[in-house]
Design a protein around this ligand. Structure first.
Ligand code: CA
Length: 202
């Protein structure tokens, strides 16, 4: 699927220039001339990135940026803001509102495309880590090592936790004893023969 980018810019010459270059790079591009229209577009379809001019008629670009970044459904959309030259305050505010990067006007299309690629690459390198694993009535937090069953905490040793996690992440597969020993206990020097049975039985 193509990466979808929304360009929010009221000056047609500029949005045309940006669209032309994004298209050339192989992106799918939509254009909104104001913040309200942009919000409607964002709620209607899924965008990967928004290139956002701050000086817009109606809703200010910073307000739109804050709206995008504060809603759970849209907060993962990357935002690059376009600011007027020397508007230091706008840059700082934009980044505080969650913008991922900024480009100052006037900009070269080449520079903007480089920023777009860099921001998208950053996103792809850091996929949101799945910290809560839910299977049936079990909830496993891989960050805090907490296991809940129907909301109640189940106490497990570190090894038991590793074994549970290993099996759940490979649900439906069958493992031989040696495979499990190697995967879960490989750091330990010696394993008693009875130990594995007692854990898997419990
Ligand atoms: Ca403008």
């Amino acid at each position: 699927m193509k990466t979808k980018i929304l360009v929010v810019e009221d000056e047609k010459d500029i949005s045309d220039l940006i669209s032309y270059n994004l298209n050339k790079e192989g992106f799918e591009v939509s254009v909104s001339a104001d913040g309200e229209d942009a919000l409607r577009a964002i709620r209607r379809e899924k965008f990967d990135l928004v290139i956002l001019d701050l000086m817009l008629p109606g809703m200010h670009g910073l307000e739109l940026c804050r709206t995008i970044k504060s809603s759970e459904e849209t907060s993962s959309i990357r935002v690059i803001i376009l600011t007027a030259k020397n508007e230091e305050v706008d840059k700082v505010l934009g980044l505080e509102m969650g913008a991922d990067d900024y480009v100052t006007k006037p900009f070269s299309p080449r520079e903007l495309m480089a920023r777009v690629r860099a921001v998208l690459r950053r996103t792809q390198e850091k996929p949101a880590a799945e910290k809560i694993l839910r299977i049936g009535s079990l909830e496993i937090n891989t960050d805090t090592y907490q296991v809940l069953k129907r909301g109640a905490v189940i106490k497990l040793s570190a090894t038991e936790f590793k074994l549970l996690l290993y099996l759940l992440q490979r649900k439906g597969r069958v493992f031989g004893r040696d495979m499990l020993l190697n995967a879960v206990w490989k750091d330990e020097a010696f394993v008693e023969p009875g130990r594995l049975t007692s854990i898997s039985g419990g």
